[in-house]
Design a protein around this ligand. Structure first.
Ligand SMILES: [Zn+2]
Ligand SMILES: [Zn+2]
Length: 136
């Protein structure tokens, strides 16, 4: 899918900034990027307010999702790459710091929550060494 198709599918108005963010995330496939990795490509094109507003819109519309690492660094990934854009685990390589979305269905099972509880988000982070780093 192209950035245009994704924005259309989610019913979000196309802006140049939103398109740039999506293009960058599409290009990175299922590897999550930090804000600066996303902006690097077009840092001079937009002011920070525009960038953050666009990022927030995309996140609120569930086009992208954030992954928080160790409560300090935040990365963003496109939800579109996932067959099931639901709760899924992330893999964090402790050597190169790469974060990838894992499409895992073992989390789709029904979980018995206490009555009245409603889960709105979850963070499942697996840490280890990615394939590239193991080759080194
Ligand atoms: Zn690695
Ligand atoms: Zn993810």
């Amino acid at each position: 899918m192209t950035a245009e198709q994704i924005l259309k599918k989610y019913g979000i108005k196309k802006t140049v900034c939103r398109k740039c963010i999506l293009d960058k995330l599409i290009e990175s496939e299922n590897t999550a990027l930090t804000e600066s990795e996303i902006t690097d490509a077009f840092a001079d094109l937009f002011d920070r307010v525009t960038f953050y507003r666009s990022l927030k819109t995309l996140e609120e519309s569930k086009v992208i999702h954030r992954i928080v690492l160790n409560n300090t660094s935040v990365k963003y990934a496109l939800s579109e790459h996932l067959v099931l854009a639901k709760v899924h685990p992330h893999f964090h390589c402790t050597i190169c710091d790469k974060v990838t979305c894992l499409d895992s269905s073992f989390l789709d099972k029904e979980v018995d929550f206490p009555a009245g509880y409603k889960v709105e988000s979850a963070q499942i982070l697996l840490e280890g060494i990615c394939a590239d780093c193991q080759k080194k």
